[in-house]
Design a protein around this ligand. Structure first.
Ligand SMILES: Cc1cc2nc3c(=O)[nH]c(=O)nc-3n(C[C@H](O)[C@H](O)[C@H](O)COP(=O)(O)OP(=O)(O)OC[C@H]3O[C@@H](n4cnc5c(N)ncnc54)[C@H](O)[C@@H]3O)c2cc1C
Length: 257
């Protein structure tokens, strides 16, 4: 059943401080809306006070310094796909973006939204984990940076207070000499939610590995040991299939030169 539109409130602040103050009034952010509007259309969006942050220009940028590439939370998949520095130094981000939904979703969907929607099947989190990303969380009290490996605490549970907005994602520029490997397995080549998603970096004997869709949160591993993964049966796949696919991709990754 579709949602009853008049029972919702929507505001659209243009300035970050205004948006942060409205979080305290119980408004929740909508960025691209590509997750939120699916719930809305299905009549399953229980929260009623929403704030579009899409018009806050200062949250959409890709900034390059000597040590980091920083993405504003509103950076879209399309922005990622067309960024030369990301293609060059963080190609798993570009690959994850290119494999996300279709063009319309890539034009609207944001990296901040992908992170905070916190689906275990989301496609950018494995790339962000292997690249040792940090996320910036901002409130009226100030900002803090949290290592992305520490951000997801359990299924849809995050180190994010109700008065905080995710404002940026920072990638350290130190993976230039590594081999980069990304694999998404879904029902189709396009417009498919991952059954298993894998990002890996390799340099000599060192590996950095992350998987999606195999645990309640995107999982980071510092060795090829898959004992930490606990895939579930759901409408998209079975636990047994996911486990086997994860093993197969791991083997491909370890063999890749
Ligand atoms: C057709 C279709 C195909 C899709 N395919 C894929 C796919 O292949 N892979 C994939 O991973 N996802 C996919 N998605 C899901 C979705 O597009 C992504 O998760 C997207 O990145 C969400 O970003 P958004 O800006 O649209 O988030 P929104 O829908 O605006 O928000 C999602 C959640 O994040 C919160 N939020 C958003 N921004 C912030 C912020 N800055 N700070 C705090 N909270 C915030 C919102 O309150 C909400 O809870 C698909 C969706 C659709 C409709």
């Amino acid at each position: 059943m579709r949602a009853h539109v008049p029972s919702y409130e929507l505001i659209a602040p243009r300035e970050l401080p205004h948006a942060l103050s409205m979080l305290g009034e119980g408004f929740r952010p909508i960025a691209g809306g590509t997750d939120v509007m699916v719930l809305f259309e299905a009549g399953k969006l229980e929260h009623k006070r929403w704030m579009s942050i899409r018009g806050i220009a200062e949250l959409r940028y890709i900034d390059i310094t000597a040590d980091h590439v920083t993405l504003g939370a509103l950076t879209t998949y399309t922005d990622v796909r067309f960024s030369a520095i990301l293609a060059d130094e963080f190609p798993l981000m570009a690959q994850a973006a290119a494999l996300t939904g279709g063009i319309a979703t890539q034009n609207r969907g944001t990296i901040g939204g992908n992170i905070v929607n916190a689906s275990p099947a989301a496609d950018t989190p494995p790339a962000l984990l292997v690249y040792d990303a940090e996320v910036e969380l901002s409130s009226l009290k100030g900002s803090r940076w949290v290592p992305y490996t520490q951000f997801h605490k359990g299924y849809k549970l995050m180190d994010l207070a109700s008065d905080e907005l995710l404002t940026a994602i920072r990638l350290p520029r130190r993976f230039g000499g590594w081999k980069h490997f990304y694999r998404k397995v879904g029902t189709r080549r396009a417009q498919a939610i991952s059954k298993v998603c894998f990002a890996g970096l390799k340099r000599g004997d060192e590996v950095r590995i992350a998987l999606g869709s195999v645990a309640p949160i995107p999982l980071f591993l510092e060795s090829p040991d898959l004992s930490a993964i606990s895939p579930i049966d759901d409408i998209r796949s079975t636990s047994r299939y996911r486990m086997q696919v994860a093993k197969n991709i791991m083997e491909d990754f370890l063999r890749a030169s």
